[in-house]
Design a protein around this ligand. Structure first.
Ligand SMILES: C[S@@+](CC[C@H](N)C(=O)[O-])C[C@H]1O[C@@H](n2cnc3c(N)ncnc32)[C@H](O)[C@@H]1O
Length: 387
């Protein structure tokens, strides 16, 4: 058997070298109870250079890992020796079927009946952490169709999901958490971003994270929990309740994306009160300050125009949020996270708890007061929550 495996590995190696390798499917697992049912291997080219991309297929999800060709050949050889009975190799000219039964094994070869071109698809892997192919929750959430393709009306959502995960990657990947990662997603809605976040931790980083979505709409909570179960996402849960009062597990990261109007303030206040190490918010519909804005100074020349009043109100609301976070010991950054053509709700507030206790809380509170005086504002909702 070892000789046949060696012969098969040489065929694979030859085809990788000649760029004729189309696909290798390893199947018929000896241990039928194992969760990985088969492995599909493709030859790809990414920034790192040529790689063999292994897609480990589970019942309801796929996990992808890339290996350098030499390492991949060793791995394939081991898999055929110990774990699997079959492998089908498609190349541009021939199809090879490798089999083992007990101690016997063989290789059948036939001329391929299809015209296949090898594509070392550079574009496909470009900066996409969340892949649509074989991604069960994206299909269940209606982002992809039955062929795993992004639906035309979901292109923006898909782009937004990946952009958001890219940003989270930059913030959380190497964050020196004091304890294991536990994240709450306040106002999780349909859960697009909550699922993607779980997928990112479990499958991309391969790091344990407990993730809890909080949502007041019971039907969405029920649906999200069902999908999480189908995907075998064991540490992903959704609970029905309000941002202000939901009984969440302890957490060190709080996320609130597009939580409407003052729900963003409720989320920030919860994060501060629970001493979250990281708070990430993408606010939306800033209604609370707008009716209060009545400057008795030159700013009235700006706020007399509806659209400019709207923009001032947004800027002021988020500035005060940022200052409140600073006043409570968070280093805060506010930036645009996706182009406005994909969504108008595109500002992100990211706050990370400072290691040293803050000396100048009074300074930030004075800045808030100065802004309020300038715009003629009585109260900011977040300020009241943190009194
Ligand atoms: C615009 S959706 C955003 C969903 C998701 N975070 C996203 O970005 O795709 C806002 C969600 O927050 C929920 N929500 C708003 N206020 C809430 C509150 N006080 N408590 C719990 N959920 C809330 C709404 O029901 C809605 O599903």
């Amino acid at each position: 058997m070892i000789e046949k495996i060696q012969e098969f590995i040489e065929i694979i190696q030859q085809n990788i070298l000649l760029k004729n390798f189309v696909k290798l499917t390893i199947s018929d697992k000896k241990d039928k109870t194992d969760e990985v049912k088969s492995i599909i291997i493709k030859h790809i080219e990414i920034k790192k250079g040529e790689q063999m991309s292994f897609v480990y297929r589970y019942q309801t999800k796929d996990i992808t890992k890339n290996f350098a060709p030499e390492e991949a050949l060793e791995l394939i050889s081991e898999l055929l020796l110990k774990d699997y009975n079959q492998a089908n190799l498609s190349t541009t000219e021939f199809d090879y079927h490798f089999w083992t039964r007990g101690k016997k094994s063989g290789i059948k070869t036939k001329k391929t009946d299809k015209i296949v071109q090898v594509q070392l698809f550079h574009d496909k892997l470009k900066n996409r952490i969340i892949e649509p192919e074989n991604n069960f929750y994206l299909q269940k959430l209606g982002v992809t169709n039955s062929l795993w393709q992004i639906k035309p009306n979901m292109q923006d959502k898909y782009k937004q999901i990946n952009k958001y995960i890219e940003i989270v990657d930059g913030i959380l990947k190497d964050y020196p958490f004091k304890q294991s990662v536990s994240i709450v997603d306040m106002g999780s809605g349909k859960g697009y971003l909550t699922f993607a976040l779980y997928d990112y931790f479990a499958n991309y980083l391969q790091k344990k994270a407990m993730i809890t979505g909080v949502e007041m709409r019971a039907n969405l909570v029920e649906q999200s929990n069902e999908i999480a179960k189908m995907c075998n996402f064991k540490n992903l849960h959704f609970i029905e309740g309000s941002i202000q009062e939901a009984k969440t597990p302890d957490y060190n990261v709080l996320i609130a994306l597009h939580a409407c109007d003052t729900a963003t303030d409720d989320a920030i206040a919860q994060g501060i009160k629970n001493n979250a190490e990281v708070i990430i918010c993408a606010p939306c519909c800033h209604k609370q300050l707008r009716p209060q804005i009545k400057p008795d100074n030159i700013l009235r020349e700006i706020t007399k125009f509806g659209i400019l009043l709207e923009r001032q109100s947004e800027m002021l609301t988020d500035t005060i949020r940022g200052l409140m976070l600073e006043a409570h010991g968070y280093k805060t950054n506010i930036f645009e996270f996706i182009e406005t053509i994909h969504t108008p709700k595109n500002v992100m507030i990211v706050a990370t708890k400072r290691q040293k206790p803050l000396q100048n809380k009074a300074y930030y509170l004075e800045q808030i007061q100065e802004l309020k005086n300038l715009f003629g504002i009585e109260n900011h909702y977040l300020e009241n929550l943190l009194k």
